[in-house]
Write a new protein. Sequence first.
Length: 568
Amino acid sequence: MSEQTGEAGVARKATEAREAGATAARLLVRTLEAEGVEYVFGIPGEENIHFVDALRDSSIRYVLVRHEQGAAFMAEIYGRLTGRAGVASATLGPGAINLQLGVADATTNSTPVVAISAQVGLDRIYKESHQIVDLVSLFRPITKWSELALTAEALPEMVRKAFKTAQTERPGAVYLAIPEDVEAAPVAPEIGPLPVNVVRPQEPSPAQIARAADVVALARRPIVLAGHGAARDGASQALTGFAERLGLPVATTFNGKGVFPDDHPNALGAVGFMRRDYVNFGFDEADVLIAVGYELQEFDPAKVNPDADKKIIHIHRFAAEVDDHYPVEVGIQGDISRSLRALADAVHRRFDVDATDREIRRMLRAELDQGRADDGFPLSPLRVVADIREAMGRHDIVLADTGAVKMWMARMYPTYEPNTLLVSNGLSSMGFAVPGAIAARLASPGRRVLAATGDGAFLMNSQELETAVRERIPITVLIWEDDAYGLIEWKMGLELGRSSHTAFSNPDFVTYAESFGAKGYRISSAGELLPTLRKALTDEGVSVITVPVDYSHNLRLTDTLGELTGPF
């Protein structure tokens, strides 16, 4: 057989395979369907057109976004709310690089994400050529696994490994690069997805439970710190039962808000503020810290264990990070709910929520009540927090973007269920709330979704308003407007006594929203905010509300907290 005839035969088989739908792109889509993927968030490029085209005939909805960073944030929030890896897609080079902020945010926030991008063909990946950059190496430090698909036949194994790696504790992001010639390659029709194996809950060690029970039994005043790991593990009910049975006070991290309801008499509020807050007094008197689903990137343990003298019981699916202010006395690895129930059964003693705990709760309520009654304009941050709480249901979702808005919301916004206030704590990325709200509504269609964002963070990804309008995904965006990077001004005021290079100007946000086809509202008095929120949240479209905020309250708050010497 001549070489020409052989090449013609290969080409003919490739054409037949493509006509039969047996291409790597279609195989990739089938593997995603097998993993239960509902949405792919992304922007197509020349090098992944076969993949995007294959999605047209699948059960997966492709959500076209306006910036790859928005796609990554959408995948992250979807992963956080469902526990299943969200999928973000991009072309090679700049498109893939634009995914990186959201990918890093997902990994540092322990959230499952699978990021997939195109890459140049294998015929030129080894040399200097157009748009070539070593993407696998770029993604490796910010993911749990980063790899290049060298053959189409490897895709079923690689995709299965990607989802298993992303979703296994500790969850995080993974990255797959698929060269354009691999994506378009024919594959044998019999090659298909691998079975999805589900990890079984791990039983805690009886010996570790016994050791932890001895520590608690001898404690003078134990306290619980619950993190987002408890929410991921579905341990909210078990945590509440544990606290009630042993009579223990419970604080949460900002990321863990809602895993223990704020209207429970044992709730102390959240830790995570940049200065000493009311809840810190509860930790001052504690000698044993029971950390439940807590991860160190959520909050520096030095803020609650400054002298490194507390005995720490670490309850999580994985071992604790090493830190000199987090000396673990007993580590319990396993299913968090089962661990809590086993420990409660093993401790034959009950404590009481004392006067300090009750006073901490009173101070938090008093501060929020004071804000609720403040009719000043521009609005005080606490008035905005109070009105949001009044407008939202217990099950509804608020995304508080990074900035001063995050500090006020995470400190004072009462939450009653896990994942009803979402913040970025691991990386504290700005600009996630608007794209994240889109994903939140898709992941939880029965809940109303509000993106609370500063004007600086809003304009970082405001282009995704067009995505929400085009895709008919109803969200409400509340812009806290102060014409500056308010949190940086706050920090400068605290540390330097003055601020610089933080002020900017804004567009007319009402006109801006309307130009995308959304509804725009501007608040001109304190009394307008709550009815406007209620109206926007019941609308089946996209709404943007601008509320001028008086951030002079920032320094007043830190001054007040700085003068506190105790809860009484």
